[in-house]
Design a binder for this molecule. Structure first.
Ligand code: FMN
Length: 375
């Protein structure tokens, strides 16, 4: 299988399947000298962990990370960092009927036709569990970025028709982030969380699921991070976020809304600011111009489809003993979130961290001045 590695400089490879003994990540290219403990990683994993609320899957995993290499006496050594998370709550028998039957909205059919063999238990490599490895790796990138004054925060922006107003997303502060991280929906407002909880509960009762969106912002970015042609920062961020299961759209800044604006409305006016810097009066561009960071906050929105595993009978296909497709009806078992978004918030944050840290490392060779400082 190609494509399990992301990044050029801070290279993250994830491995493992939902119902195998463990899953994890290998990070090649993390600079030496970053203080790192398993607690730094665990605090991020705990935000993704299943079984923490009635709104999420009851699969109860501790998601405990083990650092196997690349860290000595609490500091990264520059060697590959290997991280492992054991799977401890597999209920593989729930998936017995999926050996030859293909779930609507899942990767099952494509895996079968592409590889001719697949681990049908819990979606195998396409499971949402794979994102635990991304979160573990992303926590390291986020810690490195923090030491450079760059902070990344994500919250739920919508669940079904319950939407956080743009003004609240644009003005996230420590208090609203604290609120979001204390609520099951990860929305930065208690009354919106109540409305979302009601909607999700109704979905669960109706054996259905619901989609939503996540807002992510990066602050403290220096100007010029990102490569201006194929590796534009908006392109690599979109790649990173589209690679998360169930993501169906990604917007940067005002996203698709700019297609209805005039240039006079959309252009962010610039002004000379203190210390020889530039300030922007507005941020329709979402902090990226020409594929490079402008120094304004980066604004990303990721849109998720409803959880594909629903507990209603669904029309689908199975393969008979002659290897031919037959129409059939399937009722899915197992433990599934009626909404993916709350658990994916930290995944979006971590994929953003990996992408931004990778781009920062790439930028070190952008001018002789940088190289002279180092060498
Ligand atoms: C954090 C996370 C958790 C997920 N949990 C579930 C789940 O419990 N049940 C499910 O059917 N899909 C879940 N998914 C989504 C599926 O993995 C995904 O929809 C499926 O593999 C098909 O891929 P696609 O939606 O990108 O086409 C989850 C995704 C993420 C990111």
């Amino acid at each position: 299988m190609a494509g399990s590695t992301f990044g050029k400089n801070f290279r993250v490879t994830t491995w493992g399947e939902s119902h195998g003994p463990a899953l994890g990540a290998v990070i090649d290219g993390c600079p030496a000298g970053l203080p790192l403990t398993s607690e730094d990683i665990q605090s991020y994993l705990d935000r993704r962990k299943p079984g923490t609320s009635s709104l999420t899957t009851s699969r109860s995993e501790s998601d405990t990370v083990e650092i196997l290499s690349g860290v000595y006496e609490g500091v990264t050594t520059g060697c590959p960092i290997s991280l492992m998370i054991r799977n401890t709550s597999q209920h593989s028998k729930d998936y017995g009927n999926l050996r030859t039957t293909f779930r609507p909205g899942h990767a099952d059919l494509c895996f079968e036709e592409k590889y001719g063999i697949r681990d049908h238990r819990g979606g195998g490599r396409s499971s949402g569990r794979e994102t635990a490895a991304r979160v573990a790796a992303g926590a390291i990138a986020a810690k490195a970025l923090k030491t450079l004054g760059i902070e990344i925060h994500a919250v739920t922006a919508s669940i079904g028709n319950v939407t956080v107003p743009a003004e609240l997303l644009d003005n996230l502060d420590n208090a609203s982030l604290k609120t979001a991280y204390s609520l099951h929906s990860v929305m930065p407002d208690k009354s919106l969380d109540d409305a979302a909880t009601e909607l999700i509960t109704k979905c669960r009762e109706e054996k259905d699921s619901v989609g939503g969106s996540i807002y992510c912002t990066v602050t403290g970015m220096p100007v010029g991070i990102g490569e201006p042609v194929f590796d534009k920062l908006d392109a690599t961020l979109s790649h990173a976020i589209f690679s998360i299961g169930a993501v169906k759209a990604v917007e940067i800044g005002d996203g698709i809304a700019v297609s209805e604006l005039n240039g006079s409305e959309n252009n962010d006016r610039m002004r000379a600011a203190d210390e020889g810097k530039v300030s922007f009066e507005t941020n329709h561009a979402g902090g990226i111009l020409g594929g490079m960071s402008s120094s304004a906050p980066i604004k990303i929105k990721a849109y998720f489809k409803p959880t594909p595993s629903i507990f209603r009978p669904q029309e689908t296909v199975c393969k008979n003993e002659n290897g031919k497709f037959e129409s059939t009806e399937l009722t899915i078992e197992g433990r599934h979130d009626p909404v993916i978004v709350p658990r994916a918030v930290v995944v979006v944050e971590c994929m953003t961290a990996i992408t931004v840290f990778d781009a920062l490392l790439e930028n070190m060779g952008s001018k002789m001045e940088h190289l002279k400082k180092i060498y």
